[in-house]
Design a protein around this ligand. Sequence first.
Ligand SMILES: NC(=O)c1ccc[n+]([C@@H]2O[C@H](COP(=O)([O-])OP(=O)(O)OC[C@H]3O[C@@H](n4cnc5c(N)ncnc54)[C@H](O)[C@@H]3O)[C@@H](O)[C@H]2O)c1
Length: 275
Amino acid sequence: MTLSGKTALVTGASRGLGGAIALALGAAGANVAVTDLLVESELPDKEQLGRYSVLAAHFAGSENVRTVSTAAEIKTMGRKSLAMKMDVTNPDQVQMVVAEIAAELGEVDILVNNAGVMDNMAALEHQNLTMFERDLKVNLTGAFNCIQAVWPYMKKSGWGRIINISSFVAVSGAFAQPGYGASKAGMIGLTRSLALEGAGHGITVNAVLPGFIETEAVQLHDPKMLDRIRARTPMKRLGKPKEISPLVVFLAGEDAGFITGAAIPVTGGADMFVF
Ligand SMILES: NC(=O)c1ccc[n+]([C@@H]2O[C@H](COP(=O)([O-])OP(=O)(O)OC[C@H]3O[C@@H](n4cnc5c(N)ncnc54)[C@H](O)[C@@H]3O)[C@@H](O)[C@H]2O)c1
């Protein structure tokens, strides 16, 4: 129970990596706010969502939206947990949710910026500015909004852990995903800049760079493409969400207090040159 007494906020936690991270933080003893754009109780307008994100429209209203049920599972572990709708691109909503978490669960000690969009795939001539800017707004500015909201609490208590879920494509490049690649590279810049600022306040800021991880979203890819990914990964398989969450739990704990500004790949070797 290395995280006993700590309060964690995970963004984009309705499924996939975020869901696994929320459960792992709960299992390690933290009280957890499980937040996402999608929650079970709200049936969103799929057409409106579709203009914003193909993936969000695909999953909305499906059994893969597990924000409330994940919070319920964390409560069965004996922790406090809240499921909340929070769009990371809306700074006012983020501030409100963070204040509510402080009142209900305790002030946020651990922030995991996991919310992301990765469905804007097209060659440059077919890219449009709206979607490029959406990628930056969700993946990068969204993380900034959340950090800005929790920072005063962390600074006041002299302790904080911020873990940004970037991607190994931040350094390798993301084919046909210029907005995604740029936003994930930006997260490393954000991580290292704020690590410098947080160091004097007991706040560590680190980035995790997953390789290809078998989440519901990734499983939507063409099976042939997944085979190609396996073939060019030295471990010849995709990772599992449970192979990312232990690192996040470690970075969130006391023992990781001297690690800051790091960008740590968890890729099965996919970030290396494969011959
Ligand atoms: N799965 C992988 O192979 C992989 C690899 C590298 C990095 N990542 C990163 O890990 C994170 C999670 O990936 P995943 O595979 O679980 O993806 P996913 O699409 O299943 O999960 C992303 C979550 O973010 C939520 N979200 C989207 N826009 C939001 C917004 N504006 N506000 C709040 N929540 C929002 C979605 O509803 C969803 O629950 C993403 O940031 C992704 O870029 C994933």
